[in-house]
Design a binder for this molecule. Structure first.
Ligand code: ADP
Ligand code: ZN
Length: 218
């Protein structure tokens, strides 16, 4: 059983690296932001509560974030382990997490803020299958259309200059201390997030002593 937390600033590639890692290792990828976005899309009660907070780039309340994590992990569909992305994001969430679960490691994706802006403001998302595109490094074959499913490419509501400013501020103020806490517990491996995704993946696996990444899944 392997239990990891993946951390990194907006656009550092948490989602991409999590998917690559989860694939052949059979880990369940839990992205707290995706769960909230699902609630917004489905117009649930929770979705109504978090919609505006998210669009502004602010953090939703700890009670709500913690209950989402608790309920998700209580499903126990993670026989081989999990990889959690987007939690914990502040001191209280970190305490809750460390009290409730033990983890094997923290993966920290390191990316300078200048690169964050470039990546996030050029990010597009398939409205149908959720696939991520970047108009600079990874643009779709047909503009505005998903290569895999043909769905429409949209911009995340919080990928605007203004909301990004708030998200980065929240990150540096609240999430950096969580990283320091994990560092003191000697959980953290740091990967440079600037190289191409498969190289970053290889780096993470080497540092964690995991089997190498094989792009074609063999
Ligand atoms: P990013 O890391 O790119 O800002 P996420 O997809 O992880 O985006 O999260 C999107 C939004 O969901 C956050 O800006 C915040 O409003 C909310 N959110 C996600 N995780 C948490 C959390 N642990 N605590 C509070 N709010 C959260
Ligand atoms: Zn798609």
């Amino acid at each position: 059983m392997r239990k990891y937390v993946i951390m990194g600033v907006q656009g550092s590639g948490k989602g991409t690296q999590s998917e690559l890692l989860a694939g052949d290792l059979d880990l369940v990828h839990i992205a707290v932001g995706d769960i909230f976005r699902w609630h917004v899309q489905q117009h649930t009660k929770m979705g109504a509560k978090v919609r505006r907070i998210m669009a502004a780039g602010e953090l939703v309340g700890d009670d709500m974030a913690e209950s989402v994590v608790r309920e998700r992990l209580a499903q126990h569909d993670w026989n081989y382990g999990f990889l959690i992305d987007g939690f914990p994001r502040n001191g209280p969430q970190a305490l809750f997490f460390l009290e409730s679960y033990d983890i094997d490691g923290v993966i920290y994706l390191n990316l300078p803020d200048s690169e964050v802006r470039r990546r996030v403001l050029n990010r597009r998302l398939c409205a149908k299958c959720g696939m991520d595109y970047n108009l600079i490094s990874n643009s779709p074959a047909v503009p505005g259309q998903c290569d895999t499913c043909g769905g429409e490419l949209i911009t995340r509501e919080d990928d605007t200059e203004e909301a990004l400013e708030v998200r980065l501020r929240e990150y540096h103020e609240k999430t950096n201390p969580v990283l320091d806490l994990f560092r003191r517990k000697e959980y953290v491996v740091t990967a440079d997030a600037r190289p191409p995704a498969d190289e970053v993946q290889q780096d993470i696996r080497e540092q964690l002593g995991l089997p190498p990444y094989k792009p074609n899944g063999t």
